[in-house]
Design a protein around this ligand. Structure first.
Ligand code: SF4
Length: 357
């Protein structure tokens, strides 16, 4: 894309004024000039523009910071360099490499989707939005990011960063469009260039991540500042939903070994905390409180998740077998097997301290 040259305009949504059209031109010109010099051009996932690599990075970046993804992206791509390699992998190996990145459902979906891409598309990541949207874990934004960043075609991307920039800069138009999701999507579509798409998507993502940040937008440094109404005022924000206080959940885990020294492990349910990862069986603490059973506390750790604090206690209770709710598999594993299984990092750390090598 030539810096400073606005793309041709598509058909505008209903109610667009000549002032909106002028602002659109200005928006593109300023945004793309800024992107050329201030945008991010050397992130690890920008060096490999294959659709598969873009797809992996987009899934990893959902609800996860760029800094965390940096540590996981390269080892994952090195172990699974192609869709086919990922499709053929054992799910334990996939989860072990994802372990620590959180939101494990993403890894399950990515793995299932890779198998579908091999089955339906011969291992080539589809170019059509509809085909991408038919894959598990691929929503409008991820599909749009693959189409625009990998195939350099115009496609709507509305991740949290892009959404914030558009909602702030186009606040008035968004209000006129009903201030809802559909209105924002219409605006995003109206802003698409007629050709290309990579620079447009990346510029919006970068402005949202680097300048138009959620908590402390750097408006004085923003290329759009002269035409932007700015972020909502503090009083507007405080009229929104109050943030709920953090909760603490006690997680009681059972340490049980058989005569051969093997550990009883379970695979966690496919939904919820640590979905699909291996763990010690969870036991309902009411079981030993109610029956007055004695129990031994081996270790205890406090662990902070994004939305919740966990108070994890590893215990032994004679006769206790864990409640088993939602577990998909229960199995005795030798200590040598532990390194090959996908555990939540906090549980792996607790097991390593209980059974040092
Ligand atoms: S001027 Fe401020 S609110 Fe507007 S787009 Fe720039 S950083 Fe965001």
């Amino acid at each position: 894309m030539t810096p400073g040259r606005p793309p041709p305009e598509g058909s505008p949504p209903e109610g667009i004024t000549t002032e909106d059209v002028r602002r659109r031109r200005d928006f593109h010109r300023r945004l793309h000039r800024w992107f050329e010099t201030e945008g991010r051009h050397d992130l690890p996932w920008q060096r490999d523009r294959r659709a598969y690599a873009v797809w992996v990075s987009e899934i990893m970046l959902q609800q996860t910071t760029v800094e965390s993804v940096r540590r996981y992206y390269r080892p994952f791509l090195a172990r699974f360099p192609t869709v086919r390699a990922l499709a053929e992998a054992d799910s334990d190996v996939v989860l072990a490499l994802w372990s620590g990145l959180g939101y494990y459902r993403r890894a399950h979906n990515l793995h299932r989707a890779a198998r579908l891409v091999v089955e339906r598309h011969g291992g080539r990541v589809p170019r059509r939005l509809e085909d991408l949207l038919a894959l598990p874990g691929v929503g409008l934004s991820t599909a749009g990011a693959i189409v625009s960043l990998a195939y350099d075609r115009p496609a709507v991307v509305l991740d949290t960063n892009v959404r914030r920039v558009l909602a702030r800069f186009w606040a008035d138009l968004h209000r006129r469009r009903g201030e809802n999701e559909r209105g924002l999507e219409e605006i995003a579509r109206w802003l698409l260039p007629a050709h290309g798409g990579r620079a447009h998507t990346q510029a919006l993502m970068d402005l949202g991540a680097l300048v138009c940040r959620a908590r402390d937008p750097d408006c004085p440094a923003c290329p759009l500042r002269t035409a932007c109404p700015g972020p909502p005022r503090e009083s507007d924000r405080s009229s929104g939903r109050a943030s709920s206080p953090r909760r603490t959940k006690v997680l009681t885990l059972l340490l049980r070994r058989d005569r051969r020294g093997r550990l009883l492990l379970v695979r966690r349910p496919p939904e919820g905390i640590w979905a699909g990862l291996w763990c010690l069986p969870e036991v309902d603490p009411r079981f030993f409180l109610r029956d007055g059973k004695s129990h031994r506390l081996f270790t205890r750790r406090l662990h902070r998740l994004t939305h919740l604090d966990l108070d994890i206690r590893v215990v032994d209770i004679p006769g206790g077998e864990g409640k088993g709710s939602g577990e998909t598999l229960r199995s005795w594993k030798s200590l040598e097997d532990l390194g090959r299984l996908g555990f939540p990092p906090v549980i792996r750390g607790m097991l390593e301290s209980l059974f040092p090598a």
